[in-house]
Design a protein around this ligand. Structure first.
Ligand SMILES: Nc1ncnc2c1ncn2[C@@H]1O[C@H](COP(=O)(O)OP(=O)(O)OP(=O)(O)O)[C@@H](O)[C@H]1O
Ligand SMILES: O=P(O)(O)OC[C@H]1O[C@H](OP(=O)(O)OP(=O)(O)O)[C@H](O)[C@@H]1O
Ligand SMILES: [Mg+2]
Length: 290
């Protein structure tokens, strides 16, 4: 029986959607309901909490398994076990970056150019201190509780903040000086819980379902029939994650099926038809597990 902690905030919506796709639907009465449940025999307790706090709670054994960003694991320097990266952020399937940024017209081109006493606002004071120390810069690190980009140039000179799409930096006239960390969303576990064989097996099942749902994203299953003389032509234009399965049918036709990217299906289906395929089916898929 696992206790699970999920992130509130930026990752919340995407996390709930992922658990839904993984057939681990998180049930709550509203988005203000921080005690949730999942109808699964392996999970007996679910909480939704701030991702900043999740690594520490996992390290302390308050939960067995959780989802948080690598940024907060690094910032809190927590000793937890990672069961792998999950390819999603707030808005995209890309990782986020913790970056140092300055106003477009600032005179500095590198961290080492920053003068002594430079003021830096950040939600990641520990990571920032370690980074500055490595580069021999003596700065005044001011903790931020959000809206960090709004504080330059009057309140501080430099910020260390997250960027995903880059739109916040652009809107605030900032440019990146350096990258401190590339951060993925991760599935992380308490060390002792992970060492327990039964708990570990349950964690690995959950990881498999989540990864399977992520892999299926953007893919569909195509099925079609094609006469023997057109088979080569059809296979030549049929891209597939693994090689397509071809089955001979009684009347001399072949049935072909394969997983393809949804993007491109708009041109692929007419091309398959023109190459001699018929009875083409496009079928949504929920999971891909090797
Ligand atoms: N575009 C994004 N912006 C911020 N955090 C993101 C983004 N995409 C993914 N994340 C991840 O979400 C977590 C941040 O969520 P957190 O709840 O701490 O703050 P928040 O959602 O930004 O809350 P708030 O709106 O109060 O600032 C981090 O682990 C971060 O890496
Ligand atoms: O590159 P982008 O796609 O623009 O995303 C990055 C922005 O998103 C986060 O802000 P958040 O929404 O957490 O607000 P906050 O600054 O109040 O924490 C982060 O702190 C950046 O400001
Ligand atoms: Mg934030």
């Amino acid at each position: 029986m696992l206790s699970l902690v999920l992130p509130k905030g930026s990752l919340e919506k995407a996390t709930m959607a992922l658990f839904d796709a993984a057939d681990l639907t998180v049930r709550r009465t509203s988005d203000r309901d921080y005690r949730a449940s999942i109808d699964d025999p392996r999970i007996d307790r679910v909480r939704v909490l701030r991702p900043q706090e999740i690594p520490t709670y996992l390290e302390q054994g308050l939960f067995d398994l959780g989802i948080t960003g690598r940024d907060w694991i690094t910032e809190t320097d927590s000793d937890v076990v990672s069961l792998g990266q999950l390819q999603y952020s707030k808005a995209t399937s890309n990782p986020v970056r913790v970056i140092m940024a300055v106003p477009n017209d600032a005179p500095w081109q590198a961290v080492s150019d920053l003068p002594e006493g430079v003021r830096i606002s950040t939600e990641f004071p520990e990571m920032t201190r370690r980074f500055l120390e490595k580069h021999g810069v003596k700065a005044k690190v001011v903790p931020s509780y959000g809206a960090t980009e709004a504080k330059v140039p009057d309140i501080v000179d430099v910020i260390v903040d997250l960027t995903e799409t880059g739109s916040s930096l652009r809107k605030n006239g900032l440019r990146i000086l350096d990258t401190l960390l590339t951060s993925h969303t991760e599935l992380v576990a308490n060390r002792e819980a992970y060492a327990d064989p039964a708990k570990r097996a349950a964690m690995e099942d959950i990881a498999l379902l989540l990864q399977g749902a992520i892999r299926a994203r953007g893919n569909v299953l195509l099925k079609l029939n094609v006469a023997q003389e057109n088979l080569r032509a059809v296979l030549d234009i049929m891209p597939s994650l693994s090689s397509p399965t071809v089955t001979s049918l009684a009347g001399g036709d072949n049935a072909v099926e394969g997983v393809v990217a949804k993007r491109g299906v708009n041109t692929l289906i007419p091309a398959l038809k023109a190459a001699g395929a018929h009875d083409i089916l496009e079928i949504p898929i929920s999971k891909i597990v090797d």
